[in-house]
Design a protein around this ligand. Sequence first.
Ligand code: PLP
Length: 349
Amino acid sequence: MTVRHDPRLKGFASDNYAGVHPEILQAIADANGGHQIAYGDDVYTEALQEVFRHHFGERAQAWPVFNGTAANVVSLRAMTAHWEAVICAETAHINTDEGGAPEVAGGIKLLTVPTPDGRLTPELIDRQAWGFGDVHRAQPKVVSISNTTELGTVYTPAEIAAVCAHAHDLGLLVHLDGSRLTNAAAALDVPLRALTTDAGVDVLSFGGTKIGLLYGEAVVVLNPEAATGVDYIRKTFMQLSSKMRFVSAQFEALLAGDLWLRNARRANAMGRRLAAAVEGLPGVEVPRPVEANAVFAILPKDVTARLQKRFRFYTWNEATGEVRWMCAWDTTEEDVDAFAAALAEELAT
Ligand SMILES: Cc1ncc(COP(=O)(O)O)c(C=O)c1O
């Protein structure tokens, strides 16, 4: 096979740009060979349940799916009836970056709330948690939060517990988009369950792809009373993998040992290193706290344009000139230092 790219090149666009961790590739190779029952009745998917129970408690049950958008849509569909709605931050990925999939594919009404930093609080939830019993209003049923948030911030266990307690008092369920839950847990040095099961989260979308999998996310039901029909919904939403053993084997490799933690710690450490390297540079403002692996910065637009010719990264807000730099499990000190040096050069031009 012809290698068609330069494997030394790395950017700061997204942790999705990174490749597959060698231990994950090995797990796929180890699960290969022979035949296994298709559609999830294989020995790897069976073993996976124990791995998820170890992290999330005895009641946890996991359904592997292909991607994060699907994990969210399947989770939310399984938590709501047709007339019910989901409260989320205006910046939530389900609202801004899933092509309308919750509405278009899931038929789920989103009730959005502006937030200062991507985090919902009990007070912010109340802006949309009203109209119960009014047939004219989509009935609020779920509060969906993300950890880490789309703005790179991290909810603490206490903040999630406060959201869950308030939601449950109102008769609402809580979904957590944990596309980067591993980064959040590593940032706070807490177990995965401290931010989910122990805080009262009902259903979790657990992310694997951004933290070193080839592909794979999981719907994890933590409270069995909170979701119905996940088996059927996953199939209806075209997320039932026939060769599921290869998704499950990847998750086992990620979660059975400490690979998830090693990868998340590295990505977060690189985020901190990058923030420290650029914060003092004249012309650069880091407007948001750097709490995990994402760094947001405001730069002169001409500098952004030149730097983007050298490294991939996204402009977050065209109007303000804010950009997002994301570190991945494979970002190295050298990558960060080279990027910071290039930024300094472009600022001086
Ligand atoms: C917070 C969050 N949730 C969900 C997703 C969706 O994942 P996917 O692109 O695999 O559908 C992403 C992807 O970037 C994300 O950042």
